[in-house]
Write a protein that binds this ligand. Sequence first.
Ligand code: BG6
Length: 585
Amino acid sequence: MCGITGYIGPKDAFHVILDSLKKLEYRGYDSYGFATLHEKRIHIYKDVGKISNVNSGYLPGNIGIGHSRWATHGGVTKENAHPHLDCHGRVAVVHNGIIENYQELRDELTRKGHIFRSETDTEVIPHLIEENLNLGFVEAVKEAVKKLKGRYAIIALSPEHHGMIAVRKGSPLILGVKDGECYVASDIPAFLDHTNNVMYLDDNEMVIVTQNDLKFYNVITWEEVKKRIVTIEWSAEQAKKGEYAHYMIKEIMEQKDTLRRAINQDDNEIEKIAKSIAEACGTFFTGCGTAGKVAFTAEYAFSKIAKKHVNYIVASEFPNYHHFLTNETLLIAISQSGETADVIEAIETAKEKGVKIISIVNVVGSTIARMSDHVFYINAGPEKAVASTKATTAQLAVIYLLAYASAGKLQEGKKNLMDLASKVNDMLNPRYEERIKKLAEMIHAQPNIYIIGRSINYPMALESAIKIQEVSYIHAEGFAGGELKHGPIALIEKNTPCIALVANDEVKDDVISNAIEVKSRGGFIIGISPENNEVFDYWLKVPDVGVMSPIVNIIPVQILAYHLGLLRGCEIDTPRNLAKSVTVK
Ligand code: BG6
């Protein structure tokens, strides 16, 4: 899940591309590269390392492409960095996704005498295009695409064509349009400084970009496709860090506002989908990573609030459940980016069975949003830190609205959520952050941190572990409190930190007992709870919001993870080995 970008216009392409790649860094950050067209020649530069550290260099030309990599095929080397060229430097390609049949294509091209310089799957693309360059660049790209299997977004350029060609199948690709200029990118923040007028490329579509013209074609039927311009509400300011040191802490603090924006949904639509859930023959919630833990929370929220059974299945496992899907089933897919490959595949599996698709998404116009029969946007604004924070609580808010509507109590649910949002507003203050920072100083050298939660807070115990793992690289694990005695308690040693998520609910005493069991084996108990308790060695107060406690309980853990990562010198916004949106399976 790399970041790819392209530009044509009056500006220096190199500087436009450099700036765009820095804005796409959260998509992949192990190596980078540029290629520009100037005086009928391709100029190329690529290297290992983070694009955010690049502040010099230059390539001539007003047309260019760029790439920031998250390695899938081939190690992190200069040769494997993109763009990739054909044998004679007449075609340059950047790619996001995976070419599944690259090995057979590579063997076939090698037999024809092509010389490969890298270990990547991507490099077959410029060589395939080279094969038919005599037919003209457009035809050559068309022929090459016919041979590719997998998920991909590609941008290619050649001196044969004064412009660039972009193709999409499975991985996101968006155009930013402005008079006499065109930006192509994996994600909107890449060009939000220049324009918020966008055009979306759909699957199996190609766009031929020249200085003053855009031609869209379906690459299967080769019919021309009409596209409309959509104006995005996001502002470039929203996509900046502002006075914060990192996107993560900025996005955590933005929850003062994002919760209210998420609650601001159309009542009729919420009621309509609640009715669909009531009528459905099985409702499944799904997602990956953090969004998956939100989907898991839905199972508890519907049980507790609406006395209704819904299923949670992690997206990468969802295809195993296709036996149970019918055209009376409902799938509710949760995704911040709207581009996660495993969620897209779950939706494709469900669609094959005629399942109705509802999605809860942040990125407007994203693939998952456009695949859905109905989409609830969480209105959180751009989320750039790889570790998801504000999107988590916004997704949870929409889940609760649906659960309350399913219980016929939507207005009560909205009121409770609005009250919660103002309590979160009060909670997110410098004194609170300082208290968590002090805790981080006490435990940041610990090799392991465990989190226990029961009932509706069990999924957030799992999410807490993800947050701490992602940002601080500390081995963290979340458990259902009741499971502790059946194995994990063996891991507890003197001073082992254990976070207990303790809400004022029917399992409060059980979680406290679990905390006592851990403490009696030397554990250091961190209580996240509306009330203090003698078993807590460190208490982080949260407002008492009843069944909605998961929303407030995860916020201090987000702040803790941030400060643990800072104290351990980690790359907060771009943690190693991760990426913001996983567009490969
Ligand atoms: C991971 C992100 O790559 O994908 C996580 O690092 C996120 O933060 C997960 O939860 C799922 O992403 P999305 O966009 O589908 O919510």
